[in-house]
Design a protein around this ligand. Structure first.
Ligand SMILES: Nc1ncnc2c1ncn2[C@@H]1O[C@H](COP(=O)(O)OP(=O)(O)OP(=O)(O)O)[C@@H](O)[C@H]1O
Ligand SMILES: [Mg+2]
Length: 405
């Protein structure tokens, strides 16, 4: 009885070889790819190796070269099972023999026995041997790199999973205690728990402002977490794109005033019908306006324009006179947590989720986000020098609405 290592990715071929060699009294150990085959060969020191040429990661030639470079396997026969055309190449890399596919079931076990008894199909050739030795070194290096890469890859996948879980846990842990804080604050401010002095009202007012800010960060964390885990739910209802923009601007206006930023707006007074989730779109617009306000220096300018783009899309454009974003950062600032300059945001607040959120939301609404710096064109007839962010969504067809069932 011999122990045969079979390196083959096709389960049908593996089964056939198992059956034929099992019946002849041999034990067959299986590997599905080159790297796994090499590992098993080192561990089990087989009596014979059967190798297919087209296998994942390292192919049959590379596996053979590598096996031939291992002193412990010097005398172990390696037999390639592959197409007739590969015969010379398989012998050149160091195989002792060759079995053509499809396998001839009647003589297979017999052929294997002959190799086990010392039959070899090659003749000694010194130059070929030297060449093979060189190539073995290259493949040895290649194998190490593949193993390293697949380990790194696994680690990176683990890190990404841990990050997703962390985000999910943290956002829930933060969101839960927010509910009573917001609730009691409302009760206090409404004087349902007794009258307030002016000083108390002023203090509670600033507690409320901070709470709102905290809450908006937690909401964004929750949103991004559900986006990353694929659990984000979108409503699909008819809404007016212009109205959403107007309400985003209304919410952000005090912030622009606070920083003495001039706001130029152009929002057409016609219905701009769309279909989707207006609440999430509102949050996406607020994020873009928030960036424009916080990255534009005091006394700067921000231009906002809403318009249809052809028949298919609606556009919300925000340009600012801020410092701009360098080209190498443009794609990256749409990734979660990426911030160009941590110091600015430490001053102004922010965790780096606004654009990631806006991007995912607009993509889910049939459009996307585009950033150019300096702005690729005019917004509300102004050519500003900083950054232009455009949010694009699908337009609903212009026909009378059919009531949804
Ligand atoms: N209008 C802008 N001008 C200059 N830089 C910008 C602008 N908008 C975004 N950025 C850069 O992109 C980064 C990512 O923006 P994003 O809105 O995703 O996060 P944030 O504003 O830092 O935090 P958050 O939005 O979560 O409060 C910012 O930190 C900033 O470096
Ligand atoms: Mg932001």
């Amino acid at each position: 009885m011999a122990r045969v290592l079979q390196i083959e990715d096709d389960p049908n071929n593996r089964r056939l070889v198992q059956k034929l060699l099992g019946a002849a009294g041999h034990e067959v150990i299986e590997a599905e790819g080159g790297v796994e085959g090499l590992r098993l060969a080192r561990e089990m020191l087989p009596d014979l190796v059967l190798v297919d040429i087209n296998i994942p990661d390292l192919d049959g030639y590379e596996v053979t070269l590598r096996l031939r470079g291992m002193p412990a396997l010097k005398d172990v026969p390696i037999v390639a099972i592959t197409a007739e055309a590969d015969r010379d190449s398989t012998l050149a890399v160091g195989c002792d023999g060759f079995i053509a596919k499809p396998i001839d079931a009647t003589h297979f076990a017999e052929t294997i026995d002959r190799f086990l008894q010392g039959h070899r199909e090659w003749t000694d050739d010194e130059t070929e041997f030297l060449l093979r030795e060189r190539t073995q070194k290259i493949v040895e290096h290649l194998e190490k790199k593949i193993v390293e890469l697949s380990e790194t890859n696994k680690r990176l996948e683990d890190v990404a999973r841990l990050r997703r879980e962390f985000l999910q846990n943290v956002s829930h842990e933060l969101a839960t205690p927010m509910t009573p804080v917001v609730g009691y604050l409302r009760l206090l401010l409404n004087e349902e728990l007794g009258p307030l002095t002016d000083l108390q009202r002023k203090c509670l007012g600033s507690v409320e402002t901070s709470t709102q800010r905290l809450r908006s960060v937690v909401d964004t964390l929750l949103d991004v977490s559900s986006l990353e885990t694929g659990q984000m739910h979108y409503y699909a209802r008819a809404y007016d794109f212009g109205e959403v923009a107007v309400s985003a601007l209304a919410q952000m206006r005090p912030k622009f005033e606070e920083r003495d930023v001039t706001l130029v707006e152009r929002i057409p007074d016609v219905p701009l019908r769309a279909q989707g989730d207006p609440d999430k779109l509102l949050r996406a617009m607020i994020h873009v306006l928030d960036n424009a306000s916080k990255f534009t220096p005091i006394g700067g300018q921000v231009a906002v324009e809403v318009r249809p783009e052809g028949d298919a899309h609606l556009l919300f454009s925000v340009a600012d006179s801020g410092p701009g974003v360098r080209p190498e950062h443009i794609a990256r600032i749409m990734e979660p947590f990426y911030q160009v300059d941590g110091s600015v945001t430490r001053e102004q607040g922010g965790v780096g989720l606004g654009l990631a959120f806006a991007r995912r939301v607009t993509e889910a609404l049939g459009g996307g986000i585009e950033i150019s710096s300096p702005p690729a064109g005019e917004v509300a007839e102004r050519q500003l020098s900083g950054t232009l962010v455009e949010l694009r969504v699908d337009r609903a067809p212009d026909r009378p609405e059919t009531p949804s069932p």
